[in-house]
Ligand binder design. Structure first.
Ligand code: ADP
Ligand code: MG
Length: 462
């Protein structure tokens, strides 16, 4: 992609400190959805925009809602509804980064699955922006712990997914409690009837922003391989050993296939984890942390389990089975090749699945590129290993541990190079720190023998 003048944030009516912050965040030019929606949204229009995961939606609504905000008015002025807790957490974090241009903007996440009491306490302290899932937001509205009289911006993020997940009634109930005079911004990857109905009922002359559904040519390289059933799972290992992607999301059509694939990959020494609906929230967090911090090579999931997942830096997506729905195939494939990076999308198809491949070709308007399995030769040297290892410190927010404490213990106290320390996630009861594989054993020993925040801690390797 070449830079065109139309891509620059500087042409938007944004304050200089906001532009400076964007530059600081590495936002050099607008993504297509941002370029199409921001001028309209910043002019105060209601918007219904079609955008897939990873297209830069958050800034498309965060910049307008921040522009509508009066920081000195201590009341909830913006509400963002998201389908899942993970998405809500990510949106809150991104809003906080984008809000850094101004002092003291408070954003709060309110989601189900978390205990009520801390949420009630946070609400008492006040917030300008609330991000959450519909069920829990409605719960707070009904208890009176959340008021929306000062609301001026309402965002529905991934509206189609929220409807899919059965949030329709909750959303309608929330909309009825919002002031009529407000700006509403709705984002959705697809436009099922429910979404159109919502827009018609609750939006004011919305401007429609649609982008071509097809992915930027050349950014995602798609390849198909013909396999027999007995080759299929083994072929995933061949792909990984040949292309050596650091992070791969592998889609299966069934839970059983997910379990089988994880077993096959683990048996060959590949670090693979399964994301499935039966995991409790803590296990799910643990799996996602390990994948996001690059200490797990392959995340294996069904479409349902992967719903709402937003992971940057996916080098590859593998369709272990071909989905019967061509739309889903496009969604799966769209998970790779985020922002400006190239990505691989591999699909394994048996003869029985060729009809499905045909429908995918029809939808994409291009013939699929088939390659022989025999082309896949393992790269020489070590088998595929994730670059990082996750260490779990038993203790988290409850113990008032912060990321800086862990980084300090590793770099200042133990003398490790900061470049060898990866993501640090502090959860309620646990802290996860990714360290370079080469220092994992020493870091584990050092942390167990030393102190974090003046206290000795228990640490284990995941
Ligand atoms: P979506 O909500 O559409 O899934 P996000 O808003 O989470 O996408 O953006 C995906 C990633 O791209 C995030 O890491 C975000 O910081 C980054 N990003 C968004 N817009 C830009 C931009 N204009 N330039 C560079 N990076 C961007
Ligand atoms: Mg998002």
């Amino acid at each position: 992609m070449t830079e065109t003048p139309g891509d620059s944030f500087s042409q938007l009516p944004l304050a200089p400190q906001v532009l400076a912050n964007l530059q600081h965040l590495g936002y050099e030019r607008m993504t297509p959805i941002q370029a199409a929606s921001l001028p309209l949204a910043l002019a105060g229009h209601d918007i219904i925009a079609q955008a897939k995961t990873g297209s830069g939606k958050t800034a498309s609504f965060a910049l307008p809602l921040l522009a509508n905000l009066n920081v000195r008015r201590f009341a909830v002025q913006a509400l963002v509804l998201c389908p899942t807790r993970e998405l809500a957490d990510q949106v809150t974090q991104e809003i906080r980064r984008l809000a850094r241009a101004e002092e003291n903007i408070k954003a709060l996440t309110l989601c189900g699955g978390a205990t009520m009491r801390p949420q009630l306490a946070s609400l008492e302290h006040g917030a300008h922006i609330v991000v959450g899932t519909p069920g829990r937001i409605l719960d707070h509205l009904q208890r009176g712990s959340l008021q929306l009289d000062a609301l001026n911006t309402l965002v529905l993020d991934e509206a189609d997914r929220m409807l899919d997940m059965g949030f329709s009634d909750d959303i309608s109930a929330i909309l009825k409690l919002c002031p009529a005079k407000r700006q509403t911004l709705m984002f959705s990857a697809t436009y099922p009837d429910g979404v159109t109905t919502l827009a018609r009922k609750h939006m004011r002359d919305p401007k429609e922003v649609r982008l071509a559904a097809r992915h930027a040519a050349g950014k995602i390289r798609q390849r198909f391989y013909e396999v027999t059933e007995s080759q299929r799972l083994h072929a995933v290992g061949l792909l990984l050993d040949h292309f050596r992607p650091v992070s791969t999301l592998a889609f299966c059509n069934t839970k059983q296939q997910c379990r089988d694939l994880v077993a096959v990959l683990q048996a060959t020494g590949i670090v693979a984890l399964e994301l499935h609906g039966d995991l409790d929230q803590r296990d799910r967090d643990q799996v996602l942390v390990q994948f996001a911090n690059r200490s797990c090579s392959v995340l294996v999931a069904t479409d349902v389990a992967a719903r709402g997942l937003d992971i940057a830096q996916l080098e590859a997506v593998i369709n272990v089975d071909i989905t019967p729905e061509p739309e889903l195939h496009t969604h799966r494939v769209g998970r790779t090749g985020r922002a400006d990076e190239a990505g691989w999308a591999f699909s394994l198809a048996s003869l029985d699945e060729m009809g499905r491949v045909g429908r995918i070709e029809e939808m994409q308007g291009t013939p699929s590129e088939f390659h022989p399995l025999a082309e896949l030769v393992p790269a020489a040297g070590e088998p595929l290993r994730p670059p990082m290892v996750t260490l779990q410190i038993l203790g988290g927010r409850k113990e008032k541990i912060r990321a800086g404490d862990v980084l300090g213990a590793l770099t200042k106290d133990l003398g490790f190079d900061a470049a060898k320390i990866g993501k640090i996630n502090v959860n309620e009861f646990s802290t996860y720190v990714a360290v370079d594989r080469s220092i994992a054993a020493d870091a584990l020993r050092g942390l167990n023998a030393g102190r974090v925040k003046g206290k000795s801690v228990k640490v284990r390797r995941l």
